[in-house]
Design a protein around this ligand. Structure first.
Ligand code: SAH
Length: 357
């Protein structure tokens, strides 16, 4: 019988133990293997020198070992931010970002190749969804970055390409493995999951028994404006999304983050600020203002500094906690998803060039 190769880096310790035993090895080998993958961050099975050669051979025959290849890395001369373009086994590419803050290092991971949510200002969704990432492919973004910088990653935000709650099972598996005491042991409180607002999945996550921070991409104070920016607003109204977020707070005790990308002339005037205050008055969380990062495929422009400041002040004066997202790595520019997009376009152009020859 031909068995499908097993994705060992996506298994929890219990599953790995069962798998290792099925190969005729002692259970403690699973713990060693787990540590090689999730603590020592071994880039291949060959490095696992405390495992016998025959066991390593057996692993190579029966399992896949997910390891990302760095296709490109850009480092900012201003603040040390790094953007990585990683290659997957099947030839797809994804991007991840490493940011240095006073409170520690943060990694922004992608959860899907592309995205099917269609938010108008976002580059990741322009070509739709290619596929979900496995838990191992999400973990590997953190692992390769920690290994290549040699610096401990203390925060992880699932804010790269993709809608994490559209890849629910792999996301939850990723969170459990990332916070596992036998792995990198990153506190769940230091992990943030950002969603465009998939109501059933928010409710499910509330019951999952995790303590991650949930960030909701709000971007507008009412359904009317929200629909012009986010197609998902046609499926779930704010009357459904906000109560789901409240449930998340009640079940987990974790305050929410409401992300609000400021787009000039669309959602950035004081009328919207006023509505936002009314909408969020009773919610437990804070607003994170993100000056929109314009993409060339769309007409959207960033609000000017004065408008951003006025918006912030209005919220603050009316009792809403607010932060403005600082732009990191200005010199290695481009909005989320644009590094991948420009890389794919370059590749296409090169192919065309070659065909002409
Ligand atoms: N699918 C998730 C994660 C997306 S990325 C979600 O919708 O939340 C994280 C945040 O960046 C989201 O709030 C998203 O709306 C926002 N974003 C995406 N492209 C942007 C851009 N060009 N400018 C500003 N914010 C953007």
């Amino acid at each position: 019988m031909i068995m499908k190769k097993q994705d060992i880096k996506s298994m929890d310790l219990q599953e790995l133990t069962a798998f290792v035993e099925s190969l005729g090895e002692k259970p403690y080998r699973a713990k060693q293997l787990f540590s090689w993958m999730h603590q020592k961050l071994a880039p291949s099975i060959d490095e696992m020198t405390s495992l016998s050669k025959s066991f390593r051979e057996q692993l190579r025959e029966t399992s896949t070992y997910t390891s990302l290849r760095t296709v490109k890395m850009l480092e900012s001369g201003i603040d040390g931010t790094r953007k990585y373009l990683f290659g997957l086994e099947d030839g797809n590419v994804i991007e991840s970002v490493f940011m240095r803050y006073h409170h520690g290092n943060s990694v922004c991971v992608s959860s899907q190749v592309g995205c099917r949510m269609g938010c108008r200002f976002c580059a990741s969704t322009l070509d739709g969804l290619t596929r979900n990432l496995t838990a191992a492919e999400m973990l590997e973004q953190v692992y390769r970055i920690q290994a290549s910088t040699g610096e401990r990653v203390s925060n992880v935000v699932v804010m790269g390409s993709g809608e994490p709650l559209d890849n629910y099972d792999n996301l939850v598996r990723f969170i459990r493995l990332l916070s596992d005491e036998n792995g990198l042991h990153i506190s769940q409180r230091s992990i943030t999951v950002s969603t465009c607002g998939l109501v059933p999945e928010i409710q499910r996550l509330a019951r999952e028994g995790l303590t991650v921070t949930l960030a909701l991409s709000l971007h507008a104070p009412n359904d009317e404006v929200r629909k012009t920016l986010m197609p998902i607003a046609n499926r779930y109204s704010l009357k459904e999304v906000l109560p789901a977020c409240r449930t998340y707070f009640e079940k987990t005790g974790r305050r929410l983050t409401f992300e609000y990308s400021l787009v000039a002339g669309i959602n950035d005037n004081l009328e919207e600020a006023k509505r936002l205050v009314r909408l969020l008055q009773k919610e437990r969380g804070h607003v994170n203002l993100i000056p929109v990062n314009p993409i060339k495929e769309r007409e959207y422009r960033q609000s000017d500094q004065a408008a951003i400041e006025a918006f912030r002040q209005y919220l603050e004066q009316h009792g809403i906690a607010v932060t403005i997202r600082r732009e990191m790595g200005r010199d290695i520019g481009g909005a989320c998803g644009q590094l991948r997009k420009s890389f794919l376009e370059e590749e296409k152009n090169e192919e065309r060039e070659e065909m002409r020859i």
